[in-house]
Structures are given as structure tokens and as C-alpha cells.
Ligand binder design. Structure first.
Ligand SMILES: Nc1ncnc2c1ncn2[C@@H]1O[C@H](COP(=O)(O)OP(=O)(O)OP(=O)(O)O)[C@@H](O)[C@H]1O
Length: 530
């Protein structure tokens, strides 16, 4: 496009204040037609706030927005849509009880003779989905679809409005690997058709795969702008974090001691998790890899007591009665779920209450919570784990997503448990905080905890784990350690359940489950120095 033409969207000197915090402080940037722009920066740096202003959800306290060079007031999402701006945030906005077709064309259903033209509705919806390469029955109710398909329906709806700017706020953070690749393909296709995409993400590979430029925010202000892929990753990271990130995964002298967590025949009745067996020693990190639907999420939930499960689990030699989060906590399992909004937060409560409720019982004395001690301990978690909040009394849902995650991790880590089960602990967390969290995990193991780390990020598993159990179709297919801990080996097992080549030190489970009664053995491999 002609560089002298006005940008599709230009924001000038945007300011947004919330009580106790300046979320945006004089931010200006522009987005051109067909451009895929990354908006990145630390947790709480103002990315979602900026996207909500451009999407018409928030009004700025200062500054202005120009569309095609003309100043516009985007009073609400509808006004933004009229200018071709669509925001897809992490909270999906579909009507769950309506069909896919109705959702795609919501508010714009084609009519004939006064009545809705259903055949035309279905035809048009199917056409838009096909454009995106998505093949689903348009007559299905949306609440019967996976989160991934729901998100694709939401994008189809955006496309069908002929969006000119699509804003994706951490859209890939809860998607499977396949769905992420599909979404990035969709983004490339949209860009080729002249649609601009603003991608908010913490994931470097996605930034480099899809974007031609990155804009970095820090503490609500513009920290820099970088052409891509020309800018090296470490430079971009320095722009985000304000310093060089060395020793990204941290280190620990591996000295695994006695077995702390024993698991045998653990499974769920629906077969999503088939009987698995493994042990984790004090001071050891057992990584768990696998695709979405491989059973790794069910393993985490079963150990955390979040779903009913059967089998033998022992913590420090004592049997754990499964199926209750309370009993899991009492047994000494520090569980961090991946779906923080649903499973880990008390949404209407404050940061302080959300942090301290995990400790009730440890700081309750003579039947009441010791308020001063609680405040002191909460403040320490907030400081130690870098939770950015203007007040301990702020409602937790008003914190940025990554800071909610840090609060949950901090409250769990501070409990000093013998066993930790961490499911996607760095999801939605910025690169600097990720590195800090890796340090905390190493420290937990060094202090003698047995850690089960479930993650979809292979580099993270490789960087932290002594061994990695790879799940496929509900069971453990291999336990990988030593020099075989590579993305290639882990990826091959995760995708096909089979070994990629001749890897002698890869231990393949000998008793792959054939029925619900056959445990998959995964007890193998020694720890190592990392
Ligand atoms: N509705 C709100 N009320 C009060 N404070 C808010 C509100 N929305 C955002 N904030 C605050 O504004 C700041 C910026 O938050 P924002 O969600 O924009 O960050 P972010 O860069 O998107 O972070 P993350 O990467 O964690 O998603 C944070 O300090 C946050 O607590």
C-alpha cells in the first residue's frame, strides 16, 4: 500500500487510568491495512486495555483514535464494528444455545418475505467457515463445540462482518497445537486479503511466525517498536523486560532423594486417562508432555482432586483418597490448574482473599483468621512473585491475566508442599515472569519437593525436567530423559505415540494399556544435573 495513505487505525496520545494505576500513559501507534502487528510486553503493561479502547469497550481518558485519518469516537463495540474493528478477547461472546450458523450471522440473519431465510443463513455461514478452512456442521449448537471450534466460529463471525482490523487478545493461549497453527494460517490469509491483525501474545514463536512488526508496552508506555524478523529475539525480550534475560530456565543440582509421589493404576472412568503408573522423588521434576486430549490434563486434575478418578496415589507413603481438592491439599499436593478463571479464582473477591484462602487452616488460630499475619503474608507473596496490583484489596479479576496467574502460583508455592502438580503454570505469563517462575520451580525441587510439570511448551519441559513422560491417547507412551530430551523426540511421541528413530535411552512403556485394568508403567530414568 501507499505509505502516504493514512493508516487504517492511528491512536494518538492515549491515556487510561483506573483507580491507583495509569494503565496507558500517552501511547501512540498505527496499524496499516494488511499488517500483522504484534502487541507485546509484560503482564499488566496495558495491552488488553489498549485493545479494549480500540475495540470500543473502554473509553480513553485522553488522546484520540483516527480511522483512515479521520478522528472517530468508538463509543461501544458496535461503533467499532461499523468501522470494521472486531476484538476477540479471551472471554468468548457467542450465544451458547444458538447454532453455529445463527452465531456467525448474529444480528444480520438474512430474511425473505419478512421471515428468517434459514437455508440462506446456513449457506452463508458454511461459506464463511469454508473460507477459513473450518469444517463444522453449521446446525450444531455452539455449546456442543470445543473451545477451539467456538473460537473459530467467533472469527468466522468477525470475517462475515467484513472486518478490516481483527484484534486477537491472547487468542492462542488455550488452543491446541493444531488449532494454533490453523489460526496462524487464518491470520496469514486475512493479511493477504488486506485485513489488518493486531496480535496480543507472549509467545515468541508466534510473533516471529506471523508478524512484520512488534510494538512493546512497558508500564503503560511505549517501550519500543521492532521490525520483524529483523530484530533478534533477545533484543525484543530486552525491550519487554528492560534487561537482558540470562539463564532463562535457571539451574539446580539434581539430587533426587526418596520417592514422595507414587501413582499406580490412576485412571478416569471415561477412559480419557487410562491407568498410568509413575513415581516422583523428592527433588525431582517430572515433566508431562502430550497433545490436547492426550490425557495429560486429566492426570493433573485427578492428582489435584478436581475430577473423580480411581487408582492408588500415595504422598509420602500415605494413601490419598481421590476426587476431592480439599483432601489433595490436606495430603500436601500443591495443585495449580490451567483454567484459572474456572478452577482457581474466587472472582468477586480481592487479591488478598484469593491468596489467603488457600492457606486457611494454616493461619487460622482459635477459630479466626489472624488478620495482621494474613496481610503480612499476602503482601510477601505479592512482592516475592511480582504480582502487579495497585492494592491488596483490588478485585482479583481486575488484575491483568498474567498477574492473576502469578498470584495463584505464589499462593501455592508459598505453602511449602511436598508435591506440586503444575498444569501450564506459565500460560499467559510474560517472558520475564516466565523466567522467574522457572527459577521458583527449580527452587521448589531443590528444597526437596516432587514436582509434576504439565506443559504444552516443549522448551519449558526440556529446560526444567529430569524426565518427561509423554502422553498419547490417554496413557504414557514413553519416559524420556538425558540426551533424548529434545523437541524432536518429545514431539514424535506426542504426535504418533511412537519413537522417532533408534533412541536407546528412551524407555518405552512395555505394558501399553490394552484395557482399563492394565497400568502403563513409566517408572524409569534417573535424575540428572540441570
Ligand atoms: N477494569 C479495570 N479496573 C481496574 N484496573 C484495571 C482494569 N483493567 C485493567 N486494569 C489494570 O490496568 C493495568 C493494565 O492491565 P492490562 O489488562 O491492560 O494488562 P496486559 O498488558 O493486558 O496484561 P497481561 O499480559 O497480563 O494480560 C493493570 O495494572 C490492571 O490491573
Amino acid at each position: 500500500m501507499n505509505a502516504s495513505e493514512p493508516a487504517l487505525i492511528r491512536v494518538e496520545n492515549l491515556v487510561k487510568r483506573f483507580p491507583g494505576v495509569v494503565a496507558l500513559d500517552d501511547v501512540s501507534l498505527e496499524i496499516r491495512a494488511g499488517e500483522v502487528l504484534a502487541l507485546t510486553g509484560e503482564n499488566g503493561s496495558g495491552k488488553s486495555t489498549l485493545s479494549k479502547i480500540v475495540g470500543g469497550l473502554y473509553q480513553p481518558d485522553g488522546g484520540r483514535i483516527l480511522v483512515d485519518g479521520v478522528e472517530r469516537r468508538l463509543a461501544n463495540p458496535h461503533a467499532a464494528l461499523e468501522h470494521g474493528i472486531v476484538l476477540i478477547s479471551q472471554e468468548l461472546t457467542l450465544a451458547p444455545t444458538l447454532t453455529v450458523a445463527e452465531n456467525v450471522l448474529l444480528g444480520r440473519l438474512p430474511r425473505r418475505g419478512g421471515a428468517v431465510d434459514w437455508p440462506e443463513t446456513r449457506r452463508r455461514a458454511a461459506e464463511v467457515l469454508a473460507e477459513l478452512g473450518v469444517h463444522i456442521d453449521v446446525e450444531r449448537r455452539v455449546d456442543s463445540l470445543s473451545v477451539e471450534l467456538q473460537q473459530e466460529v467467533e472469527i468466522a463471525r468477525a470475517i462475515s462482518t467484513r472486518a478490516r482490523l481483527l484484534i486477537l487478545d491472547e487468542a492462542t493461549s488455550s488452543l491446541s497445537e493444531g488449532a494454533t497453527l490453523r489460526l496462524l494460517d487464518i491470520v496469514a490469509g486475512l493479511s493477504a486479503r488486506g485485513v489488518a491483525v493486531l496480535m496480543i501474545t507472549h509467545r515468541m514463536p508466534e510473533i516471529y511466525a506471523s508478524c512484520s512488526r512488534a510494538v512493546v508496552l512497558r508500564d503503560g508506555a511505549l517501550a519500543g517498536e521492532a521490525p520483524l524478523p529483523a530484530t533478534a529475539e533477545h533484543e525484543l525480550v530486552r525491550m519487554m523486560v528492560g534487561r537482558e534475560l540470562l539463564d532463562y530456565y535457571g539451574s539446580r543440582v539434581a539430587a533426587p532423594a526418596g520417592v514422595v509421589l507414587e501413582v499406580e493404576g490412576l485412571h478416569t472412568a471415561d477412559g480419557a486417562l487410562q491407568p498410568v503408573a509413575f513415581e516422583v522423588r523428592a527433588g525431582e521434576v517430572l515433566g508431562v508432555a502430550g497433545l490436547v486430549g492426550s490425557g495429560k490434563a486429566e492426570l493433573a486434575m485427578a492428582l489435584g482432586g478436581a475430577i473423580p478418578a480411581r487408582g492408588d496415589v500415595r504422598v509420602g507413603g500415605r494413601p490419598l483418597r481421590l476426587g476431592s481438592p480439599r483432601r489433595a491439599i490436606a495430603a500436601g499436593i500443591g495443585y495449580v490448574p490451567d483454567d484459572r478463571r474456572r478452577e482457581a479464582l474466587l472472582p468477586p473477591r480481592s487479591v488478598a482473599e484469593n491468596i489467603s484462602f488457600a492457606w486457611l487452616g494454616t493461619i487460622t488460630r482459635f477459630g479466626f483468621v489472624r488478620v495482621a499475619a494474613e496481610r503480612r503474608d499476602v503482601a510477601k507473596v505479592v512482592a516475592d512473585y511480582g504480582v502487579k496490583t495497585s492494592s491488596l484489596d483490588k478485585r482479583i479479576t481486575l488484575l491483568s491475566g498474567g498477574n492473576q496467574q502469578k498470584a495463584i502460583l505464589g499462593r501455592t508455592f508459598a505453602r511449602g508442599c511436598p508435591v506440586y502438580v503444575l498444569n501450564e503454570p506459565t500460560r499467559g505469563v510474560d517472558v520475564g515472569s516466565k523466567s522467574a517462575i522457572y527459577g521458583y520451580i527449580q527452587a521448589l525441587a531443590e528444597k526437596g519437593a516432587a514436582v509434576v510439570l504439565i506443559s504444552s511448551e516443549l522448551p519449558e519441559l526440556i529446560g526444567l525436567s529430569d524426565r518427561v513422560a509423554v502422553f498419547h491417547h490417554g496413557g504414557i507412551r514413553a519416559v524420556v530423559s538425558g540426551d533424548d530430551l529434545t523437541e524432536e523426540v518429545l514431539g514424535a511421541y506426542a504426535v504418533s505415540g511412537t519413537r522417532p528413530g533408534d533412541h536407546p535411552s528412551v524407555v518405552i512403556s512395555t505394558d501399553t494399556p490394552t484395557s482399563a485394568d492394565t497400568p502403563t508403567s513409566a517408572v524409569a530414568g534417573a535424575g540428572r544435573t540441570r
